[in-house]
Design a protein around this ligand. Structure first.
Ligand code: ARG
Length: 467
């Protein structure tokens, strides 16, 4: 790969003291992270301002130099925000791009900023700050999704639908109850997010390359200035650790799996065969060849985004699993995985929140489906236990015979004449018809966490108070 221009290239201005020549072109390409880590510019500048302020406070640099540094960093921040900053790949990453620009802006004082730190603790800091903000955003977005479900649950606390196991009609439930299942799932995701914020709330800056530093720095001061609870306690772990990124990805993968199950239900529910919900034009697309079609593309894409998120989790676990302590350049590959997963997760939550609020629920169709498939068979068995004193196993058997008879006659359980039911078991009276309707079935399931509208309303109140 070497050509004769290699030797004439100058070595890196930030770390090139012992290098006679610059990098091969391919070295520069594989080494540079600026293409993606420029996303960390705001965190990098915040971190540097806190570090410089602490250095001056401790008398490690002069107040005059600190003022120049802080002023210069703020100028760079506005330059980048205003799109007036030229990122250079030769300068590898965001840290050196900012520092080189600082040198152009303020001269030699810029060279004092990197006292008592290393890019190893600097990148750990920038990335932690970024992940922390992303977790906070995720927490809010999940709260929005939960709120959407709470509204739909309240609206449909009484609407009956078939509950499924094995995707076969099982027992009638309410749509409100089904919505509240998702509230529980996204509530758990949100509490995982909160725990992750607690775990990562330690400041890495001051760990330096890996061993700490001989300068009299104050890590508690920088931790406080940057909004962390406290500094990390082991400098080696600090620069080797990417658990916070892996935790973010694990949480994203679990939340993504929940979103994907919901997406799958929306896809099924919106088929003409089910017809339980209809997405408006705002959340559907048409087919270029079949004019009658309305496709739930947003739901399908949410289902697919989960694949990307899972890929990112596995990628970062694999990147990290063989690394000896402390920092290795492999760890530079952490950012794209997290950035991509964060973008996918945000999109998926936003699209889902939109769909949950948007979808029209066809309660008539749901009710019709809730009554088919002998969904109240368990209610008949329970009635036999309660009113006729049968052991549940016998009641199950008697009910099975009633279902077989109804199936033979091509009717529902509630349509079997009393004489037929009494021929199967003499203790059955016409009171049994009260429990064979879907409304009676759901109303009877008042056990804590059950599907009765009264119970669903209790759970809605519980979550409203927490949300
Ligand atoms: N760009 C690097 C990263 O993302 C920054 C840290 C580099 N440290 C080093 N000693 N080369 O990990």
């Amino acid at each position: 790969m070497a050509d004769d221009t290699t030797d004439t290239k100058s070595s890196n201005q930030m770390w090139g003291g012992r290098f006679a020549s610059g990098p091969d072109a391919i070295m520069e390409e594989i080494n540079a992270s600026i293409g993606f880590d420029k996303k960390l510019f705001a965190q990098d500048i915040r971190g540097s301002i806190a570090h410089a302020t602490m250095l001056a406070h401790q008398g490690i640099i002069s107040t005059d130099d600190k003022d120049k540094i802080v002023h210069g960093l703020n100028t760079i921040l506005s330059e980048i925000e205003g799109g007036n900053f030229e990122f250079s790949r030769q300068l590898e990453d965001i840290h050196m791009n900012v520092e080189a620009r600082l040198a152009t802006l303020i001269g030699p004082a810029a060279g004092r900023l990197h006292t008592a730190r290393s890019r190893n603790d600097q990148v750990a800091l920038d990335f932690r700050l970024w992940v922390k903000e992303e977790l906070q955003k995720t927490e809010q977005m999940l709260t929005g999704l939960i709120a959407a479900f709470l509204d739909r649950a309240e609206e449909h606390a009484e609407s009956v639908m078939p509950g499924f196991t094995h995707l076969q009609t099982a027992q009638p439930v309410t749509f409100g109850h089904h919505c509240m299942a998702y509230v529980e799932m996204f509530g758990r995701d949100r509490s995982r997010v909160r725990h992750a914020i607690e775990h990562l709330d330690e400041s890495p800056i001051g760990a330096a390359a890996l061993a700490g530093t001989g300068y009299p720095i104050d890590r508690h001061m920088t931790a406080k200035a940057l909004g962390f609870r406290e500094p990390t306690r082991n400098s080696i772990d600090t620069v080797s650790d990417r658990d916070f990124a892996i935790e973010f990805l694990s949480i994203a993968a679990i939340a993504g799996m929940h979103l994907s199950r919901l997406a799958e239900e929306i896809v099924i529910w919106s088929t003409p065969q089910f017809g339980f919900v209809r997405l408006s034009d705002a959340f559907s697309t048409g087919s270029s060849i079949m004019p009658q079609k309305k496709n739930p593309d947003a739901a399908e894409l949410v289902r697919a985004k989960t694949g990307r998120i899972n890929g990112s989790l596995v990628a970062l676990l694999t990147i990290m699993k063989g690394l000896p302590l402390a920092y290795s350049k492999d760890m530079q590959e952490d950012k794209e995985q997290v950035f991509d997963a964060a973008e996918s997760l945000e999109l998926a939550i936003a699209a889902m929140t939109g769909m949950v609020r948007d979808m029209t629920v066809n309660t008539a169709r749901m009710k019709e489906a809730a009554g088919s498939g002998y969904s109240t068979a368990t209610d008949l068995a329970d009635w036999l236990v309660r009113e006729a004193g049968l052991p549940f196993r016998d009641a199950h058997h008697v009910t099975g015979r009633a279902v077989a008879l109804a199936e033979n006659k091509g009717c529902d359980l509630a349509e079997l004449p009393l004489s037929d039911l009494q021929a199967i078991h003499a203790a059955i009276t016409d009171k049994v018809y009260d429990v064979l309707t879907v409304e009676a079935s759901v109303a009877s399931r008042k056990s804590f966490g059950g599907t009765a509208p009264s119970e669903v309303r209790k759970q809605i109140a519980f979550w409203r108070a927490r949300n």
